[in-house]
Every structure is written in C-alpha cells, then in structure tokens.
Design a protein around this ligand. Structure first.
Ligand code: PHE
Length: 494
C-alpha cells in the first residue's frame, strides 16, 4: 500500500467512517461523529479524501419554494383573483363599472386580466362566468399551494410554481446543495495506525525556529494549486488611468496642460473658428444651447473682427462667407462642442508666444446614445504654435503620440474643417482595420489673423472614448460609465 499523507481532519473523518459501517454519511452525521461544528471542515476533509480515492462524494441540489413579499401579502389578504371572485359572486349583475368602483385602479387593471385567465368573459360590460365551480377549484388550489409553503420542490408542484413565478414577487426558489459521503473500498483498507492524528505545524514562528522542536515536527504542506480569493484593493477607474497616461505622454513631449470651462459662447466655440453662422452644426440637434446663461457678453472689438472676417474675409484676402454676421448669435451661451474653443482662446490671449498646449476634457453634443455615441464625451486637444511649424510636423507629432500610447500604425487622410487648411483625419490600425480617431490641421488665416497670430498653428482634436475602446477592447462605449464593479475589477492596469 502506498503511504498516504493525510491531514488530521481527513484522518479523523476516515477513521470514523471505518469504525461505523454506513453506506452514506450526511453532513450532520459526519459533524457528530467527528465532534466538529464547522461544516467547512467536513467539506474540506471530504474533498481531500475524495482526491485520494478513499471517499466518494455525492452532491444533490434541492430546491425549496418559499413565499416572497407579494406572496406573503396574498396569504394574509387573499389572492387578488380570489377577492375579485368573491365580489363578483356577491353581485346580481357584476359589471366592469362596478368592479372599477369596488377596487382601486392598481387592482382593477390587472384583476380583469386575472379573471379572464380564469374563464370570465366580458359581455356588454357585464362579467360572465360559464363555469363557476371550475374557477372555485382553481382558486382553492392556488390558496392551498401558497398556504403549504415553504416546502421542497417536487414535480407535482410544477404547474403552480410555473404560474406563480410569472407573477412578480410571489414565490422565491432557493437551491441548496446537499452532500453525502461514502467510504470506498480503498478507504476501508487504510491501516488504522496511519490514521492517528499528529500534531502538525501550520505556522512557522520565531519561537519554533529557536527551539529544537521543529526537528521532529510534522509540517502541514501547502497546496498552492487550491483556489484562493484575489485580494481587492482600490484603484483608478480605467478612464482616469488612461487620461493620466495621455497626460504623461504629452508632458514628455514638452506640452503644458490647459484646463478651462465648458460653458462657452457660440462666438468662441464657432465664430472664432470661422464656422459660418448658418452652418448646420449650429442647429439645435448638435449643440446644447443654454437657457441660463442664455447669452454671455463678448468684447465688441473681437466681435467686430469676426464680423469683418465672416462677411467679407477682413484683411486676409479671403472673401468670407457673406451674409450678415449677428453679434447676438455670437453671444449665445452653450456647452462646448469641442475643446478647440479653449485652445483658440489661449492663442487669443498669447498671440505672440510660441507654445505647445494640450487638454483632455469633456465636450457635449446632442447625440442619441448608442454603442459608439454619448452626449458627453472627451476630446484630446492640442496645438503647436511655432515658427516653421508645418504639416509634416503635425503628422509626426500625432504619430509619436499614438506610438507612445501603443498604436504604432497611424495614417492621415484629407478631411474638411472650416477652421483648418489643410485638414486631415487621423486613423490608427487596430486588429487589421483603420479606425478614425480625430481631426487635425493648420489654422486658417481667417482664424489666426484677427487674433494677431503671425506664426503657423498646428491643431488637433481626437476622441478619448474611441481610444479607450481600443485600449480596453470594448465594443460598447457605455461600458465605460456604468460602474460595473466586476468589470472594473478585471480591467488591466494601464
Ligand atoms: N474640433 C474638431 C472636432 O471636434 C477636431 C479638430 C480640432 C480638427 C482641431 C482640426 C483642428 O472634431
């Protein structure tokens, strides 16, 4: 016989099973025979013995049916259909009107449905029952069923259980696993001597090491293959972690961060960017205009410059958009639709200083919520103003950014924005597909000249959530904001 090294509880449990001939042991029987109180010890020892082939374990799942809140209420007050039936039986001419007067709306509504299911029909406003005795039997059975709970589920109850499960909060099914243990032939052959419990050491202490006791002691082996709880600790939300990483990348690349408000004027959000005042994107479906502040004061001079540019191109050589520029429209309050509203104001405040500025911030658009759209999302915005800045530099900067984020394959395609020329779209390659992540370009003279900017300005605005979907492998953007704890815990550390 191969020597087996059993743990003490396993030794005790096997010994007791050898001593008493019994085909099956229940949990209570093992607890009592072994003088234990903790059922986890039985389960653990039984499991260990089973692994050695000394004991076999049978598991049986049993279901108990009990009353839930609505069911308890019905047991006290009577089932709604029962009360309706009693009322109906007491009337000479039971009518819908009468029922609606006798019962409150929340009962009368579903109640009619219940009566119909029982075979009551409505004929010219009157409630008619063809078969009162059948109905009474059904009602009696239902009441008897509820009164019999709780009890173990069996097949005779299938019909009632099915019916009451369809009604909210009536019954509650709970599953319980019951285990029984039997000693195997191999278990019976284990010699008694090897089942004597020994003092085993489960913890190594300084005292133990200082004394000589450890030399003769038996140590409890660790089973490193057993499942254990994963320790949970606090951590950043993946979105926050991603923003941090983006910050780090831009800071490394020599940028400073810009943080600004999201309540803005149409003037800075659009007019300054040479978006025509009759542009469809200004319509209500894209922009959240504010009731308060419905309008915000703007510098008359600045609005004058925009007016010139929009109506006839100002001094830039452009012909503008024509029409009449409205300063009232410019002063409308809104939730920014892009963070370009902030970089443009930064430039207006520092028209002569070369700069590299970025922001990662929230923007708002009237979008229907779906897998890839949210009305509130974030943009990764940036500008570089520098003597000699050009398209090549813009593309290199964006490629460097995405490469540092882990997406080395980036391409650009021509695009259109009213405020940049040339304009481009940035795409990264992911799982063999090109995905559009944002727009970029060089600000047009219509944007820079009125603000006194003489140096070229490279600009971009990219979607943060889109990038997050790539990084986290999501196919639904909403997953980012529903606070699904299980999902959050399982996200990689970014
Ligand atoms: N503001 C543009 C958007 O919201 C992106 C962009 C920014 C394009 C800067 C060009 C320059 O999509």
């Amino acid at each position: 016989m191969v020597p087996i090294n059993l743990l003490n509880p396993e030794r005790r449990m096997l010994l007791r099973m050898q001593e008493h001939e019994k085909a099956h042991w229940s949990l209570d029987e093992v607890l009592e025979a072994c003088d234990w109180t903790d059922q986890a010890v039985v389960v653990g020892a039984g499991h260990g013995l089973e692994n050695h082939g000394l004991v076999s374990v049978q598991e049986r799942v049993s279901t108990t049916v009990d009353l839930d809140a609505a069911g308890r209420q019905a047991r006290e007050d009577g089932l709604l259909e029962h009360r309706l039936w009693s009322w109906l039986s007491g009337q000479d001419q039971p009518s819908m009107k009468g029922l609606q007067a006798a019962f409150e709306r929340h009962e009368a509504g579903p109640g009619v449905g219940l009566l119909k299911q029982l075979g009551v029909t409505i004929e010219q406003g009157l409630l008619v029952a063809e078969n009162p005795s059948t109905i009474e039997t059904i009602l009696r059975d239902r009441a008897a069923f509820l009164a019999s709970l709780p009890r173990p589920m069996d097949s005779t109850m299938d019909g009632q259980v099915e019916a009451f499960r369809g009604r909210k909060g009536f019954i509650l099914l709970t599953d319980r696993t019951e285990r029984r243990w039997s000693i195997t032939n191999q278990g019976k052959k284990v010699p008694k001597e090897s089942l004597i419990e020994k003092a085993v050491i489960t913890e190594i202490t300084p005292e133990l090491l200082q004394s000589d006791d450890w030399k003769t002691a038996e140590f409890r082996p660790f089973d490193v293959t057993l499942e254990a709880n994963t320790p949970r600790t606090g951590r950043s939300h993946p979105m926050q972690a991603l923003i941090e990483r983006i910050r780090t990348v831009f800071l490394e690349m020599g940028f400073s961060e810009l943080v600004d408000d999201y309540v803005q004027t149409a003037g800075w959000n659009m007019d300054a960017l040479f978006i025509p005042q009759d542009h469809p994107a200004r319509e209500m479906q894209d922009t959240f205009y504010l009731d308060s502040p419905a309008s915000l004061p703007l510098d008359e001079n600045v609005m004058g410059l925009w007016k010139d540019i929009h109506e006839h191109g100002g001094e830039t050589g452009s012909i503008g958009w024509g029409g009449n520029f409205s300063t009232k429209t410019a002063q409308k309050g809104l939730l920014r639709t892009h963070t370009t509203v902030n970089t443009i104001q930064y430039l207006a405040a520092h028209p002569a200083d070369a700069c590299r500025v970025f922001s990662v911030d929230r923007v708002f658009r009237k979008e229907a919520i779906d897998r890839t759209h949210l009305p509130e999302f974030h943009q990764i915005e940036g500008i570089i103003m520098e003597e000699g800045a050009n398209l090549q530099m813009l593309v290199t900067t964006l490629k460097t950014f995405y490469a540092k984020m882990g997406y080395p394959e980036v391409r650009v395609r021509p695009a259109y924005f009213p405020y940049t020329e040339p304009s481009l779209e940035i795409e990264v390659r992911w799982k063999g597909k090109w995905l559009e992540l944002g727009g970029a370009g060089i600000f047009r003279p219509e944007v820079t000249e009125p603000l006194g900017i003489k140096t070229p300005v490279l600009a971009w605005g990219m979607g943060l959530e889109r990038l997050a979907m790539l990084v986290l492998g999501l196919d639904d953007i909403r997953q980012l904001y529903i606070s699904d704890l299980e999902w959050l815990r399982n996200q990689p550390v970014l």
